[in-house]
Design a protein around this ligand. Structure first.
Ligand code: C2E
Ligand code: MG
Ligand code: MG
Ligand code: MG
Length: 291
């Protein structure tokens, strides 16, 4: 906050702005040591197929406990990590930790279960596919066990480097998902250039769908578009049985959200993973997880 303000900006500071600036500084400083001090971990959220209720994926979501501030949400610390350049080290830790978790989960190697990780735009430089390939080889993992989520916003003005990396990752067998689909203002034209495997409908559409016929129409249209392009369509932020039922009726392929399970531990995910076929989603497990 203070950065862009120039010398006289201090004159306008209120206690609120000072508190916010101080919090930001604490976060940035804490992030400098987060990789080495063990304060980061990945929570996993199940993604459940509508057709047979099997868990076909899980998404790895970064969690961080700051020594003074306690839990800080990724929506707050990821942008700070990006601005300060710390995202490179943190992103590398995420890829390595995801590989370790995949080893411990020991899912089928053929893509019947994939672990999704989120990648920030600044990680999408020339070496990403080499980095991912090296990690998968080191942990003896099949690339089909991994999905990389990139936000639609990143494709607003895609550089040739991003395009190249997406193609290289897909050529290896890693799948690519467009995250927060429908919120990126990117006019869809990128879909004619980028070949992706999954569209993840942003929860903004899902949260209003039971009240608004228009958002159901939009979801139906996104599903048709996705399927026409050969993509699987996942809905995010599914919180109620009504939403789950309606999304199934709209031919969405898989669901993610608190109704299906909150982000949880690898052990809890492992319990639901039956190597080979996966096993029907167990509703009795609802409510036993943490956020
Ligand atoms: P995202 O990738 O779209 O992840 C989904 C977010 O929705 C997660 O928030 C998840 O906890 C939340 N969520 C899941 N189900 C529900 C639901 O039913 N209702 C509601 N209200 N929310 C639900 P989270 O974990 O706070 O992460 C926020 C964002 O931070 C992520 O959005 C992603 O963009 C980013 N992020 C998380 N982990 C990483 C990471 O390892 N690397 C990078 N670069 N970004 C990350
Ligand atoms: Mg995501
Ligand atoms: Mg999302
Ligand atoms: Mg999101």
């Amino acid at each position: 906050l203070a950065k862009g303000g120039g010398r006289d900006a201090a004159h306008f500071f209120t206690p609120d702005i000072e508190a916010a600036a101080r919090r930001r500084m604490l976060i940035e400083n804490g992030l400098r040591t987060a990789v080495s001090d063990g304060s980061l971990y990945l929570a996993l959220q199940p993604i459940i197929a509508c057709a047979d209720h099997t868990m076909i994926k899980a998404e790895a979501l970064l969690r961080w406990t700051h020594p003074q501030l306690g839990g800080v949400p990724p929506s707050e610390f990821i942008p700070i990590a990006e601005e300060s350049g710390l995202i490179r080290a943190i992103g590398a830790w995420v890829i390595e930790e995801a590989a370790r978790l995949l080893v411990s989960l020991d899912p089928p190697r053929d893509g019947a279960f994939r672990l999704g990780i989120n990648i920030a735009s600044s990680q999408f430089t020339g070496g990403l596919h080499h980095h991912v390939a090296g990690m998968l080889a080191r942990y003896d993992l099949d690339p089909r066990m991994l999905e990389i989520e990139i936000t639609e916003r990143m494709l607003l003005d895609p550089s040739p480097a991003i395009l190249e990396q997406v193609d290289a990752l897909r050529a290896m067998g890693v799948s690519i998902a467009i995250d927060d689909f429908g919120t990126g203002y990117s006019a869809l034209s990128y879909l004619s250039v980028f070949h992706v495997d999954t569209l993840k409908i942003d929860r903004a559409f899902v949260s209003v769908m039971t009240d608004e016929a228009r958002s159901q129409a939009l979801i139906g249209a996104i599903v048709a578009l996705g399927h026409e392009l050969g993509c699987a369509v996942v809905a995010e932020g599914v919180e109620t049985a009504d939403q789950a039922r309606l999304l199934g009726e709209l031919a969405v392929d898989a669901l993610q959200g608190y109704f299906l399970g909150r982000p949880t531990t690898a052990e809890a995910i492992s319990d639901r993973l039956n190597p080979g076929t996966g096993r029907p989603y167990d509703k009795a497990a609802l409510g036993t997880e943490f956020a």
